[in-house]
Write a protein that binds this ligand. Structure first.
Ligand code: GDP
Length: 318
């Protein structure tokens, strides 16, 4: 069952006799033009509505690992999709609506998430060369070695589909894969090779920026971040750039199965994730959606697909 409680995560749900979070209460951010419809519709500012309510702790940890201290999520750190009213939910109902291992609340648009068919379509080096059929798409991007190909293969349940974009000449391209004949997964070039001297600056290709800013069918970027290591500056820079340019973004934390031994100074994925979020929160008016994944255990696979489905179905309707 996907709609289960978050493992190893405690909530402090800010609850009172009523929530004040119906979609009508959201303030829209004014994105700078040119922007897609999706960019406008998925930018919310909800913080001000919940600052005054009291926190009620809601323990939901099912962890038997005593080493695992709980991570806290408060209501203002949830991603509440548009047209989603949680005002009638008591804390346990709300918890059941949050996708496992994420801060994402499910909306009525979360349907038709299954991947039945996946086909490589084309590789482009310019936004103008990308498919022009107007169907919605999600772009996967992340540092080289973050686990992007593994995640793509896991999402489509194909062992080698992502190999297509690792072929010579295609690693620096915008690679389109059509899913179920009605939406695209887009594999973008990996950035920031560890040995590169210019690791600190955002060194992605110009065309990638152009794609983010001008691709009108882009529903959301999925920024992959390795949760098995502490935050890297280049990933923070990437998140910052997306935030400042109001490009809708979901953070996908990869390799959540890798648990370093505490005695060696290693941090748990949850701790690295929390640190990453603390570092980027200033770049966003509201907390972006985030989700924990592992291509080894398939953690987060179904949850990502449901999240993509709800974004996509909403986008199609508006
Ligand atoms: P890409 O360069 O971003 O496409 O990364 P790959 O998918 O090729 O993965 C890079 C390395 O990380 C490979 O050795 C993978 O086996 C490993 N890897 C990818 N995803 C995971 C994961 O979820 N858990 C673990 N433990 N290793 C992973």
């Amino acid at each position: 069952m996907i709609l289960a409680q978050l493992p190893r995560i405690h909530f402090s749900i800010f609850a009172k006799s009523h929530f004040s979070l119906s979609s009508s209460h959201f303030n829209f951010i004014n994105p700078k033009p040119p922007v897609s419809v999706a960019r406008t519709l998925f930018s919310f500012a909800a913080k001000s509505n919940i600052a005054t309510v009291e926190p009620i702790p809601l323990p939901v940890s099912d962890s038997s690992d005593l080493d695992d201290a709980p991570v806290e999520i408060s209501l203002d750190k949830l991603f509440i999709p548009p047209e989603t009213d949680i005002s009638g939910d008591d804390p346990s109902t709300l918890t059941a609506r949050i996708l496992k291992g994420s801060n994402i609340v499910l909306s009525k648009y979360a349907r038709d998430a299954q991947v039945v068919q996946a086909d490589y379509v084309k590789s482009s080096v310019k936004t103008e060369d990308c498919p022009a059929d107007g169907i919605p798409e999600f772009a996967l991007v992340g540092r080289s070695n973050v686990g992007k190909s593994s995640l793509l293969n896991s999402l489509v349940r194909r062992k080698r589909l992502a190999l297509t974009s690792k072929k010579p000449g295609k690693t620096q391209c915008i690679n389109h894969f059509r899913i179920n004949d009605n939406w695209y997964l887009v594999d973008l070039p990996g950035y920031g090779y560890a040995s590169a001297p210019h690791e600190k600056k955002v060194d992605w290709n110009k065309f990638t920026k152009d794609y983010f800013l001008n691709r009108s069918t882009l529903v959301s970027v999925f920024l992959l971040v390795d949760a098995s290591i502490p935050p890297k500056q280049i990933d923070l820079d990437y998140a910052s750039w997306l935030g400042q340019n109001q490009v809708p973004m979901t953070m996908v934390f990869t390799k959540c199965d890798k648990r370093k031994k505490k005695k060696n100074g290693g941090k748990r994925p949850e701790e690295n994730i929390k640190e990453f979020q603390d570092l980027i929160q200033g770049f966003f008016e509201t907390t972006p959606p985030w989700i924990m994944t592992s291509s080894v255990t398939n953690q987060g696979r179904d949850e990502i697909l449901l999240h993509m489905a709800q974004l996509r179905n909403y986008w199609l309707k508006h």
